[in-house]
Design a protein around this ligand. Structure first.
Ligand code: PRP
Ligand code: URA
Length: 209
């Protein structure tokens, strides 16, 4: 079964609280998304493989631990997932970035695919799928389906706010995928928006409403 990690770090909680506030501007929201991605990414990358390497300091030769290879891919679910990319790249600047484009049909709330471009060697990479919101879970499940169909195997999902329904759906569909969440909310409303949530993450990031 998936491991689900809900962050209780004060800095993350504080920043997510600011993002929820409807008075937070688009500029502030975008900056906060980047900061939270970095803080979450720090923990989500805890188990990256290391290797012992010999280097020379100005004093002597020594063995140090360094990241083994650079085989990481960050895959944002468009559009709102883009808000997490710069924060993750600040931590792992050599990661490759794939994109999965999905939007929720406003009537059915089902995900509709419009784009998918992944690194060609995706099967070799440790993959971090990022999207601020896990509501019904439909978008995350569909994005991970696409990635697996193209060979992706080692997948972690990171989001800002999740509804219990979305976590359950994602765990059932992809039990091999660990889930990192900054905050777990109460429920979905009749329009499948997370309550209390933060509204429409894409609109808040890009000022489109
Ligand atoms: C939002 C969000 C997720 C999805 C979550 O995207 O960024 O991708 O909804 O909902 P779900 O768990 O019920 O599928 P949206 O479809 O609004 O597209 P956008 O990012 O382009 O605004
Ligand atoms: N997508 C969002 O952007 N917000 C929600 O609350 C649910 C889905």
């Amino acid at each position: 079964m998936s491991k689900v990690y809900v962050f209780d770090h004060p800095l993350i909680q504080h920043k997510v609280a600011l993002m929820r506030d409807k008075a937070t501007t688009v500029k502030e929201f975008r900056e906060l998304a980047e900061e939270v991605a970095m803080l979450m990414g720090f923990e989500a990358t805890r188990n990256l493989p290391m290797e012992e390497v010999e280097i020379e300091t100005p004093i002597c030769t020594t063995k140090v631990n360094m990241l083994k290879g650079e085989d990481i891919a960050i895959v944002p679910i468009l559009r709102a997932g883009l808000g997490f990319v710069d924060g993750m790249l600040a931590l792992i600047p050599n990661a490759k970035v794939g994109h999965v484009g999905l939007y929720r049909d406003p009537e059915t709330h089902e995900p509709v695919e419009y784009y998918c471009k992944l690194p060609t060697d995706i099967e070799k990479r440790q993959i971090f799928v990022v999207d601020p919101m896990l509501a019904t879970g439909g978008s995350a499940v569909a994005a991970i389906d696409f990635i697996k169909k193209r060979g992706g195997k080692d997948i972690t999902f990171m989001c800002l706010i999740a509804a219990p329904e979305g976590i359950e759906t994602l765990e059932k569909a992809h039990p091999d995928v660990d889930i990192f969440i900054a905050a777990k909310d109460e429920k979905l409303n009749e329009n499948a928006y997370i309550v209390p949530g933060l509204g429409d993450a894409g609109d808040r990031l890009y000022g489109t409403r």
